[in-house]
Design a protein around this ligand. Structure first.
Ligand code: ATP
Length: 296
């Protein structure tokens, strides 16, 4: 459950400074948003996926409906009075990016609407959330999931409110290193993981860009190096990693194996321009999982 955006990606030589106007080398428009991105990777990894997301009554909303019908057929897209959310992504040479998003549509999802959309949530299901929804809606969904004995996962980015009271309601959380520092107040990754686990979180995956990623729980910490790749556009790397890691654990892989699968999938996204346009397709994800790829 999360957001759908229309992404406008501008390629620049370097990110603009405050007060500066720069010319972009290119511009592309595609659908994105953490909710849609992560659901897309899960669906392409053969996980039965139902995206619940708010959209506007506008052209991006209609495009999202068509795209989702083709790729995530079980989706529930809820029309809101707000326009479909939008992101401006600036990507510099070397792949570094900055992102600016609206969240009026995501924030219009009320706790009651969210709970109603998950009326059939059952034991064995997993709910995945991101930081775009409001805190009351996020809390209501997590409490519903706990009551139904469904697993709970979140990627709190973009962090707009205090997640501390929600850690005990979460089985797995994905953050990058700056987000971990912000959420935990700790200076280093080890201290940050310990702080969140001590507050009741069960498992934490921390992505470290070109330095790889780690998975921490009370049982210990395992890590993986990033796959060496010439970075073209890192936008969506975190979403690819999150979707692939979760898909791997849902398919019974260990945290260590899931980290390796997710790093392979994210490297594909990093090495190509765009967000969805750069995501691994079904065949590539299958190869990341080490599945037997059917020859056509
Ligand atoms: P974004 O918000 O841009 O989607 P993020 O900050 O959430 O990204 P990162 O930690 O930057 O996430 O990247 C996620 C994963 O993608 C990393 O753990 C790594 O596996 C892969 N990755 C990112 N940057 C690189 C890189 N330069 N080379 C290889 N792999 C990378």
């Amino acid at each position: 459950m999360g957001n759908v955006t229309e992404d406008h990606t501008f390629a620049v030589d370097r990110l603009p400074r405050a007060g500066e106007t720069r010319l972009a080398r290119s511009h592309r428009t595609e659908l994105g948003g953490k909710g849609l991105n992560q659901a897309l990777i899960l669906a392409r990894a053969d996980i039965a996926t139902r995206l619940v997301a708010p959209i506007g009554r506008d052209a991006p909303g209609r495009a999202a409906r068509a795209m989702v019908a083709a790729e995530i057929p079980g989706a529930t897209l809820i029309e809101t009075d707000a326009p479909t959310d939008r992101s401006i992504i600036t990507v510099a040479e070397g792949g570094e990016n900055s992102i600016l998003s609206t969240a009026a549509a995501a924030r219009s999802m009320t706790p009651a609407a969210a709970v109603a959309a998950l009326a059939d949530l059952s034991p064995g299901d997993t709910v995945l959330l991101q930081g775009n929804l409001t805190r009351p809606t996020t809390r209501s969904v997590l409490e519903l999931a706990r009551a139904r004995r469904a697993a709970t996962v979140a990627n709190p980015s973009p962090i707009e409110w205090d997640w501390t009271p929600l850690w005990p309601l979460l089985d797995l959380v994905f953050v990058n290193a700056p987000e971990l520092a912000h959420l935990s107040g700790a200076r280093d990754t080890t201290g940050g993981c310990r702080a969140l686990l001590d507050l009741g979180l069960r498992e934490l995956v921390v992505t470290l860009g070109a330095d790889g990623a780690l998975a921490a729980s009370r049982e210990g910490t395992v890590s993986v190096s990033a796959i060496a790749v010439e970075p073209v556009d890192t936008a969506g790397a975190g979403d690819t990693f999150c979707g692939a890691y979760l898909a791997a654990t849902l398919r019974g892989r260990s945290p260590e194996a899931a980290l390796g699968i997710a790093a392979s999938a994210a490297a594909l996204t990093v090495g190509r321009p765009g967000t969805h346009g750069a995501f691994p397709d079904r065949t590539e994800l299958s190869a990341c999982f080490g599945d037997q790829v059917a020859s056509s």
